[in-house]
Design a binder for this molecule. Sequence first.
Ligand SMILES: NC(=O)c1ccc[n+]([C@@H]2O[C@H](COP(=O)([O-])OP(=O)(O)OC[C@H]3O[C@@H](n4cnc5c(N)ncnc54)[C@H](OP(=O)(O)O)[C@@H]3O)[C@@H](O)[C@H]2O)c1
Length: 242
Amino acid sequence: MKRPYLICHMHMSLDGKIVGPHLETEAAQSSMRTYYELGYGNNRIFNGHKGWLSGRISSEDNFTHYQEPELNLDAEMIVEGDYIAVENAEMHYFSIDPSGKLGWNTNQITYYETTAHVVQIITGKVNNAYKDFLRRKKISYIIAGEDFLDLEEAMLKIQKYFHVDQVILGGGGGLNWSFLQQGLIDEISIVMTPAADGSTDTQSLFDANEIYNQPAPVTFTIKETQILNDGSVWLRYLVNNK
Ligand SMILES: NC(=O)c1ccc[n+]([C@@H]2O[C@H](COP(=O)([O-])OP(=O)(O)OC[C@H]3O[C@@H](n4cnc5c(N)ncnc54)[C@H](OP(=O)(O)O)[C@@H]3O)[C@@H](O)[C@H]2O)c1
């Protein structure tokens, strides 16, 4: 089976950063909205998808705020396999959380005007109590890989359950680099805001993490560039996958 077409869609500063003080500027506030419209808004350009993938730290920073999950260690044994809690949701938030750490309060997130059902992407090593927690919250989960997350299997399962041939990868830099290193990204879409902050301790568009991978050179082929009304630049590249 051919995996879905994966577009890494990101908002970035002139110095290649995806978070940091530059986000407080008017320029960045405006281009963040443009970034949202292109990828996730009602009239989005990328309209073949039903949701976006996000890394565990992005979910903690933006939605769960490092809250611990409420586990019942005496929960009854959960049946094996994946669990789809909500059928036919229009949009999904595919949350990469290999060990089952995220303490969700609800089974949906809101991003500007978009509401998305949370689908946790976990591994087989996640324990019964965490799966019980997800079921009690009516949060879907997909198991991809046993001890280590299998990113390709995750994409194939997303395609199978949600009937899509396109998926958005929405960061952060660690997750982006993992997908890129495994040759799973087809296209990069960057809204580059005319702001910078010079920070050296904030995440970049791609960040290698020695737990998962190493730094290595990668090249891209330009597909399109556009100057947008808010003064940001939209850059689209194809990945020169081997
Ligand atoms: N500007 C933008 O467009 C944009 C978009 C999204 C996010 N962000 C920002 O980016 C920041 C977070 O970025 P980040 O790079 O620190 O974190 P991240 O990519 O959100 O999450 C990294 C985590 O994902 C899991 N992961 C990554 N690669 C994996 C692999 N190959 N196998 C299994 N699990 C894997 C690991 O979770 P475990 O540690 O649990 O193993 C890892 O710690 C946030 O502050 C967020 O606001 C910006």
